[in-house]
Write a protein that binds this ligand. Structure first.
Ligand SMILES: NC(=O)C1=CN([C@@H]2O[C@H](COP(=O)(O)OP(=O)(O)OC[C@H]3O[C@@H](n4cnc5c(N)ncnc54)[C@H](OP(=O)(O)O)[C@@H]3O)[C@@H](O)[C@H]2O)C=CC1
Ligand SMILES: C[C@H](CCC(=O)NCCS(=O)(=O)O)[C@H]1CC[C@H]2[C@@H]3C(=O)C[C@@H]4C[C@H](O)CC[C@]4(C)[C@H]3CC[C@]12C
Length: 276
């Protein structure tokens, strides 16, 4: 509780005038983060693949009071794209205060189908592009003593059925960024790394993918987005959202792993998941 609880000293002014990149910002949690940042009067650079959606999000951000808002569209499957996004920030602002890595590529919610190509592609989008974005942004973040926020999942801390490729990419994020955090501390690099461990959130794509097979109600994406921004601004090590159950669940996993696994399985309506 001591390590993971958030100090309650967040103020929206912390983001005023800050230069922030948000990936996966055309929908879901990323879109909501863009709107919060706009209300907080940050400078925002958004990215995703769908230009028409990004245009609308940028328009709304400007209405909400963003200091500035722009987008770059492209796919994180393209290995050259992370550098393009970071260069856009460098050319526009000459610096960067916060990098929010949030996008994910499409994956199925079902029994693992043996498609290694899909796992490889998902690793490129959900993991390697996060590493590449970080590498390109690091000089600017060191200069500003800024923050990296990595959006992950409960499925990046615990095994779950039906999400094997997705879960692998989220575990990889924890390994990479937790290791990097050590190195920053050893080398006195004052760039914070926040890993966000999220449970089920009510975004369109998540609800579409799993509502038939998961017991329990998803948490609201608006509040989730705000908690992610707060945790980054407060330079927290990890965010666990929704609060409450999550901390004790992870403790139970360490103490009684088999029992924990059976609890995980019981949260699924497995009869509603049919092999395609
Ligand atoms: N919703 C949930 O229940 C949970 C979500 N999370 C995490 O939260 C984050 C956001 O999830 P959520 O808002 O639900 O997801 P959404 O599906 O709503 O958003 C995904 C975003 O990623 C973009 N995207 C998809 N493919 C690519 C690609 N190849 N290159 C670049 N961008 C891409 C999408 O835009 P476009 O299609 O235009 O490219 C979209 O903006 C993810 O990291 C997810 O793992 C974690 C736990 C639970
Ligand atoms: C299967 C979902 C991924 C849907 C997807 O592909 N989105 C991108 C669409 S796009 O390419 O068109 O933009 C999974 C996304 C979030 C997962 C959920 C999650 O991470 C929280 C829970 C973690 C738990 O351990 C397993 C169940 C989860 C609800 C999990 C379920 C699968 C996702 C919805």
């Amino acid at each position: 509780f001591y390590f993971y609880s958030a100090p309650e000293n967040f103020s929206e002014e912390m983001l005023r005038g800050k230069r922030v990149i948000v990936t996966g910002a055309s929908s879901g949690i990323g879109e909501q983060m863009a709107y919060h940042l706009a209300r907080m009067e940050a400078h925002i650079l958004l990215t995703a693949r769908t230009e028409a959606k990004l245009q609308k999000v940028v328009e709304r951000c400007l209405e909400l009071g963003a200091a500035s808002a722009r987008y770059v569209s492209g796919s994180m499957e393209d290995t050259t794209f992370p550098e393009v996004v970071v260069k856009e920030a460098e050319n526009t602002w000459g610096g960067l205060d916060m990098l929010i890595l949030n996008h994910i590529g499409y994956s199925y919610f079902n029994y693992f189908n043996g498609d290694v190509g899909h796992v490889r592609k998902l690793l490129e989008i959900n993991f390697l592009s996060y590493v590449a974005m970080t590498v390109h942004a690091l000089p600017m973040l060191k200069e500003s003593e800024g923050s990296i926020v990595v959006v992950s999942s409960l499925a990046g801390k615990t095994g779950n059925p039906f999400v094997a490729p997705y879960s692998a990419t989220k575990f990889a994020l924890d390994g990479f960024f937790s290791s990097l955090r050590h190195e920053f501390i050893i080398e006195k690099v004052n760039v914070s790394i926040t890993l966000c461990i999220l449970g089920y959130i009510n975004t369109e794509s998540a609800v579409r993918a799993v509502s038939h097979a998961i017991r329990g109600t998803p948490a609201p994406k608006e509040e989730c987005a705000l908690e992610i921004i707060k945790s980054g601004a407060l330079r927290q090590r990890e965010l666990h959202y929704p609060p409450g159950m999550m901390g004790s669940l992870l403790l139970l996993q360490a103490i009684a792993p088999e029992f924990f696994d059976s609890l995980i399985r019981s949260s699924y309506k497995v009869e509603n998941v049919r092999r395609p």
